[in-house]
Design a protein around this ligand. Structure first.
Ligand code: WQD
Length: 340
């Protein structure tokens, strides 16, 4: 089967996608700079699939190294590009780090793909491009709004770079996948989310609080115009998200795409509030979570959840796992990781 490059393939979503690519029979080569992951994630992937993917530690900002990588692997048929810095708050403090790491690396990869006979390119984008959408659920036609952070801006700029490239580069076909909120872990608990330092995202903070690493969860505001006052998001199980990447790649490699550049929202189509996520966790774990309501977090939008019609109809993909499944697997993973 075809050889696929997965950049950032040892990260949270990347590693789950490598598992699903291998399950589909693809040969996988991973590039990761290990800035936000560790090489033993490779063992977790291998333990699940029985196949060790090829791995090269490589900083994609090193253009010469990127070029020599593609000379060596000139039989690559597709790229799934996860590698990027993704901490919203950090991006506000370090914009140039984000523009260099998230944009220049994308340009270097696309320049190498231009040299190949043909290439399928899947881009890790985010619902953050919509900002606070005027209409809910959010469709792919919702207007892209002024980014709330340099991180979000790099996703918007990245989509534009790919779209402009595909217009004049017939041998590159691309799909941008706009994730809502990825949560959970593989049911084997051999791979999962490994946030470094204090987690910014809700679910790892919940599981670290329940296991005792964090004192208590701060719920950032309960005075929003929502049923229970807390923000609403579309929490999608990372395994469903990973499978969508395989479906999107197959679409391009089997020439089923309807345009040279397409975008798809990846979510469950259901919104859940912060307190509903907490309640789901308590229900599936049997743990009482220690949390308190504090002030709002700067930059948070009130509510976002996906209109999944296009992905359901065009990709023939829909989520199968629930918020409870995500909480159960996230908790199992946290317990395994802390057991060491
Ligand atoms: C979810 C909800 C918080 C932590 C971000 C990025 C997005 C993507 C996913 C990279 C919000 C609340 C959180 C906590 C809380 N990242 N919360 N206490 O902000 O929707 O999306 O992560 O691609 O691009 O923007 O996710 O998990 O940070 O927050 O109350 O300790 O949980 O206020 O309402 P978010 P999140």
């Amino acid at each position: 089967m075809d050889k696929i490059l997965v950049t950032g393939g040892l990260g949270f979503i990347g590693s789950h996608t490598v598992v699903e690519l291998q399950n589909e029979g693809y040969e996988v080569v991973i590039i990761d700079d290990l800035s936000n992951s560790t090489e033993n994630v490779l063992d977790g992937i291998t333990a699940i699939t029985g196949k060790q993917p090829l791995f090269e530690k490589l900083d994609l900002k090193d253009r010469a190294r990127v070029a020599s990588f593609f000379e060596k692997h000139n039989d690559i048929k597709g790229v799934i590009h996860f590698a990027a810095s993704k901490a919203v708050g950090e991006s506000v403090q370090e914009p140039l780090l984000y523009y260099e790491n998230n944009i220049s690396t994308l340009v270097y990869i696309l320049k190498e793909l231009k040299k190949l006979p043909s290439a399928a390119f899947i881009f890790s984008s985010s619902c953050t491009v919509y900002g606070q959408a005027d209409e809910l659920p959010i469709t792919e036609n919702a207007p892209v709004k002024q980014a709330e952070s340099p991180y979000g801006n790099t996703k918007q700029i990245g989509e534009e770079i790919i779209s402009d490239t595909c217009k004049v580069t017939p041998n590159i076909k691309a799909i941008a996948l706009r994730y809502f909120n990825p949560v959970g872990s593989h049911k084997s608990a051999k791979i999962g989310e490994l946030p470094i330092g204090v987690p910014q995202n809700l679910v790892p903070f919940i599981t670290q609080t329940a296991i005792g690493i964090r004192q208590e969860l701060s719920v950032f505001g309960d005075d929003y115009p929502t049923p229970d006052g807390t923000c609403i998001r579309d929490y999608i199980h990372v395994v469903d998200l990973a499978k969508a990447h395989v479906v999107a790649l197959n679409r391009l490699l089997q020439n089923k795409n309807k345009a040279n550049y397409e975008t798809f929202n990846l979510g469950t189509g259901k919104g859940s509030s912060v307190l509903e996520v907490v309640q789901a966790f308590e229900k599936v774990s049997g743990e009482k979570l220690n949390y308190k309501i504090v002030g709002r977090r700067e930059g948070d939008i009130i509510s976002a959840y996906a209109d999944t019609t296009k992905a359901n109809d065009e990709l023939g993909w829909k989520t199968e796992l629930t918020l409870d499944d995500a909480m159960r697997s996230a908790w199992k993973w946290e317990q395994v990781v802390r057991k060491g």
